[in-house]
Design a protein around this ligand. Structure first.
Ligand SMILES: NC(=O)c1ccc[n+]([C@@H]2O[C@H](COP(=O)([O-])OP(=O)(O)OC[C@H]3O[C@@H](n4cnc5c(N)ncnc54)[C@H](OP(=O)(O)O)[C@@H]3O)[C@@H](O)[C@H]2O)c1
Length: 272
């Protein structure tokens, strides 16, 4: 998709990866729409990049229900949805509360799935669209302390794989982003410094199986994936074999489905 003039909605854009993605998409000529809870930083960034800010708590089901309507009502149709907002909340499962469980799955799973549900019929009707899912290598590599976080990202991986099959031969594409630690992000630092939880990554670093990814490499590859309609962004390269192995069963289903006709059985969008 040519990005000049296209409108890109980025969730979790008040800092970190979301902010860097907003800057990168804006530099590519896209018009950006930003969502997160922190109104001040969001508005500041939107003003600087000539975009729009839409403060919202995506873990609140009432606010989530109206986000797409709100954003499209203030600036026009969204061409690209970047589902980036997420929390890490790593720690041993015996220490988590009900609020931890609900909060993490609401933001990391329900919000991106629901935003996609709201936007997809509109994109299909308009004849173009792209959905980016910010997953993690944690969606493939399980480790102690990651039960909640890794399972939430694994859910995104399976969701995106199934959705991609449903969208085959439509003008809407998906990109699944599977990354490990990004240099200088609060999330990466806090995960690694949580006692006991960083043990697995320490061992990967020692084995030279893991290196941190610079932010510019990640954002450059995500923007390029939308431009070129690439299915995956996987970083760092030395972890790519794990993601490819996890993808193998999904690819075999895709191969088995070659020539099968199921699209005619998909109804139009159901009422909300
Ligand atoms: N950093 C890494 O090394 C790394 C590695 C792999 C994957 N990822 C994934 O990349 C994404 C971004 O990570 P990051 O490092 O940039 O995290 P971050 O610095 O903690 O930023 C998270 C963003 O999500 C927003 N957010 C949090 N709770 C929200 C809520 N309830 N409603 C709306 N927005 C909310 C935050 O803004 P407010 O607080 O203002 O709401 C912030 O803009 C996440 O999905 C993460 O899992 C990160």
């Amino acid at each position: 998709m040519e990005l000049a003039g296209r409108r890109v909605l980025i969730t979790g854009a008040s800092r970190g990866i979301g902010q860097a993605l907003a800057e990168r998409f804006a530099a590519a000529g896209a018009r950006i729409a930003l969502v997160a809870r922190s109104e001040g930083p969001l508005k500041e960034l939107a003003d600087r990049l000539g975009g729009t800010a839409h403060p919202a708590d995506l873990s609140d089901s009432e606010q989530l229900r109206t986000v797409v309507e709100r954003v499209e009502g203030d600036g026009g149709p969204i061409d690209v949805l970047v589902n980036n907002a997420g929390v890490d909340n790593v720690g041993f499962f015996t220490h988590v509360s009900t609020a931890d469980v609900e909060g993490l799955y609401r933001l990391n799973v329900i919000a991106p799935v629901e935003l996609t549900r709201q936007l997809l019929p509109r994109m299909l009707a308009r004849g173009q669209g792209h959905i980016v899912m910010m997953s993690s290598m944690a969606g493939v590599l399980a480790a102690p302390g990651y039960a909640l976080y890794a399972s939430s990202k694994a859910a995104l991986n399976q969701f995106t794989a199934s959705l991609r099959l449903e969208l085959k031969d439509t003008p809407v594409n998906t990109t699944l982003v599977e990354v490990a630690y990004i240099v200088d992000t609060e999330m990466a630092d806090s995960v690694r410094s949580t006692p006991g939880v960083g043990t697995a990554s320490e061992r990967f670093y020692k084995l030279h199986a893991l290196v941190d990814t610079p932010m510019e490499r990640l954002t450059g590859q995500v923007v390029n994936a939308v431009r070129k309609e690439k299915r995956h962004v996987r970083l760092p390269r030395r972890l790519v074999p794990y993601a490819v192995l996890a993808e193998a069963p999904r690819l075999s289903v895709e191969a088995v489905l070659t020539g099968a006709h199921w699209r005619e059985h998909i109804d139009g969008p159901r009422p909300s």
